[in-house]
Design a protein around this ligand. Structure first.
Ligand SMILES: Nc1ncnc2c1ncn2[C@@H]1O[C@H](COP(=O)(O)OP(=O)(O)OP(=O)(O)O)[C@@H](O)[C@H]1O
Ligand SMILES: [Mg+2]
Length: 227
């Protein structure tokens, strides 16, 4: 019997939209165990849900999440040999500074092989691992690494999507009233010229003591003046 990955219910319920990406990832994960893994690289502007996808996938048993900036060759080999993960999630893979780490990934993604040297002896392990990574900018990543991924480019949100997601985040996570959430989304988009939900969250936190439009206008005027 090939190993299978158990997928928790509502794995992607925090993510609004991207239904096609969700099904593609789920399909790949369901096929785990057949020895034919597929790897994904999510690329896009800030705040397009790349990390949110990786953090949702981290809920799967056998998944390991790491930040690229903290990943070294030895750390990656240790993780692979020690934990034998089914899924390796590398956020901000463009920030990996140890090029040797990328060499380990090349071999892992192509053949599943990892070479470890212990007490001067070489040992090879073979694993089945699905790699899902995320990056803002892939221009500096080696072509041979990019060629091993299916690259999914997350485009900036359109106004309707931005409003829906911003309202969702502000109401559910930040405790903002729906009417005010809509107003915050519209001033962030129109007056601050931003498509980043983090700006909606910052604004919501700045007015947490007085949730009204006047207070929002006041804060936005100051932010715009010093932007
Ligand atoms: N489709 C979405 N559904 C729900 N929340 C979203 C969505 N897109 C973005 N967000 C929210 O926006 C914020 C930023 O998202 P996230 O951290 O996933 O962005 P990112 O693409 O990794 O950005 P960066 O490139 O800056 O790392 C988070 O609070 C996240 O919950
Ligand atoms: Mg991120």
């Amino acid at each position: 019997m090939p190993k299978k990955i158990r997928i928790p219910p509502n794995l992607f319920s925090d993510i609004v939209g991207y239904d096609d990406v969700k099904s593609l990832l789920l399909k790949t994960i369901r096929s785990y165990g057949d020895g034919l893994p597929v790897h994904f690289l999510l690329v896009g502007e800030p705040a397009t849900a790349k990390s949110l996808f990786l953090l949702s996938l981290e809920r799967i048993k056998g998944a390991e999440y790491r930040l690229g900036s903290r990943l070294s060759r030895s750390g990656l080999v240790e993780l692979l040999i020690g934990k034998k993960p089914h899924l390796v999630l590398i956020d901000e893979i463009d920030k990996v500074s140890d090029r040797e780490c990328l060499a380990v990934l090349l071999s892992l993604m192509e053949t599943g092989r990892i070479v470890e040297t212990l007490h001067g002896k070489m040992r090879t392990e073979k694993l089945e691992v699905i790699v899902v990574a995320a990056a803002n900018d892939i221009s500096e990543l080696p072509r041979e690494l990019l060629s091993r991924f299916i690259i999914l480019r997350f485009k900036p949100y359109k106004w309707g999507e931005f409003l829906k997601i911003a309202r969702n985040i502000l109401v559910k996570r930040e405790g903002v009233k729906p009417r005010i959430a809509k107003y915050i989304a519209s001033v962030v988009w129109n007056k601050l010229g931003s498509k980043d939900f983090r700006d909606c969250i910052k604004l919501a936190r700045l007015i947490r003591d007085g949730q009204n439009k006047r207070e929002i206008d006041l804060v936005v005027r100051t932010l715009a003046k010093y932007s």
